[in-house]
Structure formats: C-alpha cells, structure tokens
Design a protein around this ligand. Sequence first.
Ligand code: 5GP
Ligand code: ZN
Length: 114
Amino acid sequence: MSDCLFCKIVNRQIPASVVYEDDRVLAFNDINPQAPTHVLVIPKRHVASLDELGVDDDAIVGELVRRAAAIARERGITAGGYRTVFNTNRDAGQTVFHIHLHLIGGRAMHWPPG
Ligand code: 5GP
Ligand code: ZN
C-alpha cells in the first residue's frame, strides 16, 4: 500500500524509533506516547484492520501478541502490568489503517477506557 503511513515506516520511507524487527514484524515507539512505554507492533504485510483478518493471518496475530509480551518483559513492566489494544474503526479511534497492536505500560491505567 503505497499511501499507507505504516507501510512507509516498514519501507523506511518515514523514520521511526524501531525497537524490534524480523522478517514479518516491526515494533516502534509511538510518536505521541500515552505512557512511559507505548510501542506499536505491526505486521510488515499490509492489513487494514482487525476486520480484514483472514484465517491465513492467525499466525501473524499470534506473533504480534507474543512480541508485545516479549517487549514488555524486556522493559520490566510485566509484573506491574500493561495494556495491549487493537483499535478498530471510528468509534474506537483508529486513525492509521494498517493493523497495529498498542503496547502501553509503565504507569497505572484506568478501566473502563475513555
Ligand atoms: P490508532 O489511533 O490508529 O489506534 O493509533 C495510531 C497511532 O499511531 C497513534 O497512537 C499515533 O500517535 C501513532 N502515529 C501516528 N503517526 C505516527 C508516525 O508517523 N510515527 C509513529 N511512530 N507513530 C505514529
Ligand atoms: Zn500499510
């Protein structure tokens, strides 16, 4: 997707503070962090939203979730706790339509979310 912001980050057309990369997954710091740790974990392959996932995507979703857990562990925020969020479409506040898992932690959070 040539006009997708996160595809451009994957392709290094736009800079990002990358915290993890492999053949299928990229993780980078959110440009507008909402907590001491705010990392976005994305598949390198373009998928617009949770609603666009197919059965062939089960493995990549597992990789995103396990990678978020690994980054949290590395940062020492696992015992304290953290939040993982996929926002989907307007009411959830999705603004970038390339699926991304928010890893948010390092401070106490409220529930229910706003
Ligand atoms: P959404 O609202 O779609 O769930 O989350 C999009 C996230 O992407 C937001 O938290 C926003 O701060 C982040 N974001 C938007 N543009 C950029 C960018 O150019 N670079 C980085 N690193 N994060 C971005
Ligand atoms: Zn994309």
